[in-house]
Design a binder for this molecule. Structure first.
Ligand code: VG1
Ligand code: CO
Length: 546
């Protein structure tokens, strides 16, 4: 047995996990001891690692493989008995969640900065998921952070590199490293949830789809499931080769960054496929498109809720739905129609964990192209795509028809998010603080002709474990059901990003065909005026509109 090397270290003061793990530029992560400190803090603060199994993998971005070799050496030095690592270091976020659960692991370390750009000048990230397979709740991330502030040493072995390309077992000292097929467990789970025969028949009947993997982790998953198992024609998956810089792209499945896909789906006549979809860097996000039709993520969650029982895995019904606070109220309306509860949580998948574990929510979603269910404990991009395919196959309706059905039944909620990226941190924080200070005086006033019914900073008490979270975003609710939400992003690595979420319900079916930005124009102006965005930032408009 090789000697464990106990290395002295000193704390870094910036290792506080954000909305989804610790995210920094690659150059920050390449500093000596930076990754090691954080990994040791995980081992030190989560009980039960001795003799346990750890799941390890990432989205394949630059620095992924180097970090994996370090974590394997540290795992062996910290008493882990078995590491399950995805071949070539790849595991999508939902794929990792699946393996943690199926294999009874102590937890998993996922290396990803999700939709942030990669490469030597891009971003890197690390997150820990405990044994339920979900993102660590704040109780755990707070403990990890506290540990990073006082850490004095970390443990590592001097062992040769593990060959990540060969499936099967190797040993590192007395720890077993098993290189697993990253797709196998996940694909088997999907076959249990969805009617693969019906989807296969759909493709055989000429249904055409285009899945854009954006050169990120879902390529191998989508090829195996869509093309190999479901018989979609070769070429259905585009940009399917994971690259460590995502081909210099921004692997964020939205109308701006998945432009190739959007152009194909909005082509004239029959040139456009029947359905389009894209996923992000680590495979937990999804964008769904019909032919010349864009599905708002909030509507996607609502439509899946209404039609869930068409998929075998959900035939017994949906116990409840949960959505993040800034997500539109379309899922609430769908839930009301079915007579089931709808929970409102702060932004970030970690807040859904208790509801899923307790069986209170079956489906969850966020406006940020995140949808998922109790099948794993992460949002799941390809799962959402298969769910849509299953519903299309079982109902015989197009994606657009299904969304129009939703609008006919619960009304349409026009929804948009305006992001102002890379603002000076101080400026963005002052904007938010000034807005917060004005909240008590806004109630009962008219803003842009609308009466303010509620103005607060969202605070949450978890209905299962009673944990609390405050300061989760400013919300302004108007008498007519319109709403504006402001919050600062917790996933960026430079400056600050202000997110402004704007929505209003439209119950008149004769007005369900407006352009979203036009339908929301007056509210968008109110949102700007209330917070003084243009005046304070000097920006002519948002950087990204979704
Ligand atoms: C964003 C989204 C949030 C999502 C988070 C992680 O966070 O708004 O809904 O859960 O990203 O998604 P923020 O704090 O930047 O708004 V992912 O795909 O990065 O794991
Ligand atoms: Co992601």
């Amino acid at each position: 047995m090789s000697a464990i090397r106990v290395e002295p270290t000193t704390p870094f003061d910036d290792q506080k996990p954000g909305t989804s793990g610790l995210r920094k530029t690659v150059s920050v992560f390449r500093q000596p001891r930076y990754l090691e400190n954080f990994v040791q803090a995980i081992f030190d603060s989560v009980p039960g690692r001795q003799g346990a199994t750890l799941v390890l993998g990432g989205d394949g971005r630059f620095h992924n493989k180097t970090a994996i070799q370090t974590i394997i050496r540290m795992a062996a030095a910290n008493g882990i008995a078995r590491v399950l690592v995805g071949r070539d270091g790849l595991l999508s976020t939902p794929g990792a969640s699946c393996v943690i659960r199926e294999r009874g692991a102590w937890g998993g370390i996922i290396l990803s900065a999700s939709h942030n750009p990669g490469g030597p000048d891009g971003d890197f990230g690390i997150k820990f998921n405990p044994s339920n397979g979900g993102p660590a709740p704040e109780r755990i991330t707070d403990a990890i952070y506290a540990r990073t502030r006082e850490i004095g040493e970390y443990c590592i072995l001097d062992t040769p590199e593990v060959d990540l390309s060969a499936l099967g077992e190797q040993t590192v000292d007395d720890m077993v490293v098993e290189v697993i097929d990253p797709v196998a467990d996940y694909a088997a789970l999907m076959e249990r949830l969805f009617d693969f025969d019906a989807i296969r028949a759909l493709f055989q009947g000429g249904f055409r789809m285009c899945f854009d993997a954006m050169h990120a982790v879902t390529g191998p998953y989508a090829r195996e499931i869509l093309e190999n198992r479901l018989g979609a024609p070769a070429g259905t998956v585009i940009n399917g080769e994971p690259l460590d810089d995502f081909n210099e792209g921004h692997p964020d499945p939205n109308l701006v960054h998945a432009r190739d896909l959007v152009e194909r789906l909005f082509a004239d006549g029959d040139a456009a496929p029947d359905m389009g979809a894209a996923s992000d860097g680590d495979g937990d996000r999804n964008m769904i498109l019909g032919r010349r039709f864009y599905v708002t993520p909030s509507d996607s969650l609502a439509a899946l809720t209404l039609n869930a029982t068409l998929a075998p895995g959900y035939a017994r019904g949906v116990a409840g739905v949960a959505r993040s606070m800034p997500t539109s109220r379309a899922p609430d309306r769908a839930a009301a129609l079915l007579g089931i509860p709808c929970f409102e949580t702060p932004t970030g998948w970690k807040f859904f964990g208790t509801l899923l574990d307790a069986g209170k929510a079956t489906l969850c979603g966020e406006e940020s192209f995140g949808t998922g269910s109790d099948h794993v404990r992460e949002k799941d991009g390809l799962w959402a795509v298969l769910f849509w395919l299953n519903i299309v196959a079982a109902s015989g309706k197009s994606v657009e028809d299904l969304v129009r059905d939703l609008w006919a039944r619960v009304g349409r909620i026009y929804y948009t998010r305006h992001d102002y990226e890379d603002l000076p941190k101080r400026q963005a924080e002052t904007l938010m603080n000034d807005l917060r200070a004005r909240l008590p005086s806004l109630f009962g006033t008219k803003q842009g002709g609308r009466l303010v019914m509620l103005a607060d900073d969202f605070a949450y008490t978890d209905p299962v474990d009673g944990s609390t979270a405050s300061g989760q975003g400013v919300r302004i609710l108007f008498e007519d059901g319109a709403r504006i939400v402001y919050r600062l992003s917790g996933t960026g690595t430079a400056g600050a990003t202000l997110r402004v979420y704007i929505e209003r319900p439209e119950d008149d079916p004769a007005r369900h065909d407006m352009d979203t930005q036009a339908a929301l124009a007056d509210l968008i102006a109110t949102a700007d005026a209330l917070a003084g965005i243009q005046d304070r930032t000097g920006r002519g408009g948002p950087t990204v509109i979704t």
